[in-house]
Design a protein around this ligand. Structure first.
Ligand SMILES: Nc1ncnc2c1ncn2[C@@H]1O[C@H](COP(=O)(O)OP(=O)(O)OP(=O)(O)O)[C@@H](O)[C@H]1O
Ligand SMILES: [Mg+2]
Length: 223
């Protein structure tokens, strides 16, 4: 079940331990203001955003929090695939409706206790506009009231898309995923600068890495 959810399938692996550490760090990362909404983003495609977002959501659910995972990579998100489901309707569709009345219809429970998901929905012509709309802001407030923690999977930042920068301004904190030995420091710096320019609250960087010998993946978290 849910092959990529390593915290479920291989809880003793290094990557599972790392993601639990990430969860703990996030739980303690803010003393004054509790972090309730977290955006997972990265510089370029394929660094592991969706994988980390799904497993981090699972880690919070396992610790007893009521968690919602939202796929706000409206263009290419694949959380529905990770959760063995379909993407007939999701965030993009909801944002065309009355979000207050309809949001619950777009949330699905998973087989995992405490973990619900909202998939990305049908790709619209104007994802940035949807994410930047007043409705999306209102939706995030509603979701925050209804869940202990909301994790947003997102699109990469360095392709010139503003989607994740917009989301960065709407959430309590942002975690940047970088692929070990693949993401260059200058690329990572430019991602960090872009997020700082919009005054996003950067919580830390996850170094997601593959160990070539064992073909097993690790990750490290730097606050
Ligand atoms: N730490 C890891 N351990 C095992 N597999 C991983 C790990 N990180 C990523 N992967 C795998 O690498 C592939 C790419 O990861 P993922 O889809 O999460 O990247 P992404 O940053 O979301 O990409 P995109 O920008 O295209 O959305 C997936 O098949 C995922 O399962
Ligand atoms: Mg992804």
């Amino acid at each position: 079940m849910y092959q990529e959810l390593v915290l479920n399938n291989d809880p003793k692996s290094v990557i599972s331990e790392t993601i639990r550490t990430l969860r703990t760090n996030l739980q303690f990362s803010s003393i004054d203001k509790k972090i309730r909404t977290i955006l997972i983003t990265s510089s370029v495609p394929g660094e592991g955003k969706s994988f980390i977002a799904a497993n981090l959501a699972l880690a919070f659910a396992q610790s007893g929090s009521r968690v919602l995972l939202v796929d706000c990579d409206i263009r290419k998100g694949r959380q529905h695939y990770i959760f063995g489901s379909h993407n007939r309707a999701g965030l993009s569709n909801l944002l065309l409706e009355n979000v207050e009345e309809k949001y619950a219809e777009y949330i699905q429970e998973t087989k995992i206790k405490n973990l619900s998901v909202m998939f990305r929905g049908v790709t619209p012509p104007n994802p940035s506009e949807l994410l930047g709309s007043a409705k999306n802001k209102m939706l995030i407030d509603i979701l925050k009231e209804n869940y202990d923690i909301v994790i947003f999977d997102s699109a990469p930042i360095n392709g010139g898309l503003t989607d994740s920068l917009i989301m960065g301004t709407l959430v309590d904190g942002v975690v940047i995923v970088a692929a070990y030995k693949e993401t260059s420091i200058s690329l990572l710096n430019s991602t960090k600068k872009s997020l700082e320019n919009v005054k996003a609250n950067i919580l830390g960087v996850v170094l997601n890495r593959a160990n070539n010998k064992s073909k097993k993946y690790y990750g490290h978290y730097y606050g």
